[in-house]
Design a protein around this ligand. Structure first.
Ligand SMILES: Nc1nc2c(ncn2[C@@H]2O[C@H](COP(=O)(O)OP(=O)(O)OP(=O)(O)O)[C@@H](O)[C@H]2O)c(=O)[nH]1
Length: 539
């Protein structure tokens, strides 16, 4: 905490009756000296991670390295004060941001479930250099007030929103105002509050511009899809976390570009060169260095972001701070001592923090409907819920997810179902709609895989779905229900029936539930609802 050494924070000028006397709240050299003494010397101060590793403090992009897909620990304390993590770039950016802007904007009009935002908190205002003056006194004690703290960036999840479309591309909180004469502290910068829908996950991400360039270069050299290029490039991050036990990285350390200890002075009248030569200034500066180090240490403690992101899966009780504003600088009244009678210098405010974040809206549906295009997912959702997704006999009628609520009519029991665009072979490599919409079913307890018995080989379709969703192991993490739709097509034909039995046998081998239905004719829908409720964990 900043030491305010004399009087309370003063926001309004005082009126003085005795014009030639210094004001009653004028700073006292003895108070200032006792504060400076208490700070101690920078040598004795454990500076922790502040000074170390300044050059490597940024997230770094590296190319063409084969890495583990998740977070790989590169080096750990005590060599560095951080757990250094290498991760594939795909963890910290998104394929859709590699597309040309025009394509993204066309999609943005329809449904926005992903945004990359550039956020910046405000810098602190500068401390003022000023001296008390009145008719009877040419120059009185220093009375320069402190700069106000910069505004912060906050996020709050609220009910009633269902898209990220209204978010701007960048937000900037305002800087704190500079301090002024008569011990006036500058006003605090204005905070920015970003409202997001419940279900939003915020992840730290790389600045999309260098990423786009790096990926383009990699793809040119290797002729691979964008997702592969992202997977093959790594980003190195300084992380904090549990050091003692298993060295588990939990937070990404963010770094602001503020001045170092002993820097950040504003001089008035005589300049920096003049002051740097003076032993009284050097002595003072040595002590103020400790104040700067403490400020930097406290920034390092707050400037951290969860490695795996912030999940707003319920409305937030109060706004959550993403980026804290910079601290205001000290006014010259703090630097009056028995030796320094006219401090013509004050501290600058500390800088704000600029970072990119990825906002993803992940639906909170209990069940996710997945299937190849045209399998009949939208028809099913239409029949069983209040959702009205588009139905068409052409592929990819569904271009964005829709969520419907299914009411069972028993004890008010209900569950929600998300329909996402059809998955095709190569989706994992961004063919078709890709796997961009998978986020909407990632939270779901159960996955309902919809197959069309009208297709020639539904078992092949099922295997394709499993592969594109990440393999059996990934799928097995969910409750699974396989729905064989379009059972009306050739239902009396033994060849058609055989298709269903083959699927049924496969499902039995996986311990998955299976049901034949006709969504078009409404056959077997009641039983389907019961099975879906069980799959959603509601029955
Ligand atoms: N015969 C028959 N046709 C069906 C059945 N269910 C859906 N259809 C038809 O299949 C076509 C595709 O249905 P949709 O519900 O749009 O399929 P979808 O899986 O949502 O398709 P995408 O939007 O491409 O993902 C439509 O023409 C439906 O009328 C069914 O049980 N029997």
């Amino acid at each position: 905490m900043k030491a305010r050494l004399f009087q309370q924070s003063v926001r309004r000028p005082q009126s003085f009756r005795l014009l030639s006397k210094a004001p009653a709240n004028a700073p006292k050299a003895s108070d200032n000296e006792s504060w400076l003494r208490k700070l101690g010397s920078p040598q004795n101060k454990a500076v922790g991670s502040v000074n170390r590793d300044k050059s490597g403090n940024k997230s770094k992009l590296e190319t063409a390295v084969d890495v583990e897909p998740r977070f790989q620990i590169a080096s750990t304390p005590p060599e560095t004060p951080y757990i250094n993590v290498k991760a594939s770039l795909s963890q910290f950016t998104t394929v859709s941001y590699l597309q040309p802007k025009t394509q993204r904007h066309a999609q943005a009009k329809e449904f926005v479930d992903l945004r990359v935002l550039k956020l910046r908190s405000g810098s602190g205002g500068n401390g003022a250099v000023s001296f008390f003056r009145d008719a009877g006194r040419a120059i009185g004690p220093p009375d320069g007030g402190d700069g106000g703290d910069g505004g912060g960036i906050y996020v709050q999840a609220v009910e009633g929103l269902n898209s990220l479309a209204k978010l701007k591309t960048s937000y900037r909180a305002t800087d704190g105002e500079s301090g002024a004469a008569k011990q006036l502290d500058g006003a605090r910068g204005k905070d920015v509050l970003i409202m997001v829908p419940v279900g939003t996950v915020i992840k730290w991400c790389m600045d999309p511009i260098p990423v786009r360039h790096a990926v383009q270069a990699y793809r040119k050299a290797n002729a691979v899809p964008a997702r592969t290029a992202l997977d093959k490039q790594t980003v190195s991050l300084h992380c904090t976390g549990r050091f003692e036990m298993d060295q588990k990285p939990t937070h990404i350390q963010l770094f602001r570009e503020s001045y170092g200890p002993g820097e950040g002075w504003n001089f008035k009248g005589k300049d920096k060169v003049y002051h740097s030569d003076k032993s009284w200034f050097q002595e003072l500066n040595e002590k103020v260095k400790v104040y700067d180090l403490e400020a930097a240490e406290s920034e390092l403690k707050t400037d951290r972001f969860p490695l795996r992101g912030l999940d707003f899966d319920k409305p937030s009780e109060k706004p959550v701070c993403l980026l804290k504003g910079g601290k205001g600088g000290l006014g010259n009244m703090h630097f009056l001592t028995n030796v320094i009678r006219n401090p013509r210098f004050a501290k600058m405010g500390r800088s704000g923090l600029e970072q990119h974040f990825m906002f993803e809206l992940k639906s909170l549906a209990d069940l996710g409907l997945v299937g190849l295009p045209n399998a009949g997912k939208s028809t099913i959702l239409n029949r069983i819920s209040n959702a009205r997704p588009r139905i068409g006999h052409w592929e990819f009628t569904t271009t964005h997810p829709s969520v419907g609520t299914v009411k069972l009519g028993i004890d008010g029991l209900s569950f929600t179902v998300a329909d996402i665009p059809g998955i095709i072979e190569g989706a994992a490599n961004d063919r078709g709609m890709g796997l961009e919409f998978i986020r909407h079913i990632q939270r779901s307890k159960g996955w309902v895989m919809v197959l069309s018995l009208g297709n020639s080989d539904p078992l092949k379709d099922l295997n394709l779905l499993i592969t594109e969703l990440g393999g059996l192991e990934e799928v097995a993490k969910k409750n699974v229900l396989v729905v064989c739709n379009k059972a009306d097509i050739g239902h009396e034909d033994p060849a058609s029936q055989k298709k269903f039995y083959t699927i049924r046998d496969f499902c039995q081998s996986q311990n998955w539930d299976v049901i034949p239905i006709s969504a078009l004719n409404g056959q077997n829908i009641k039983l389907l609802l019961r099975k879906m409720a069980a799959c959603a964990g509601k029955a």
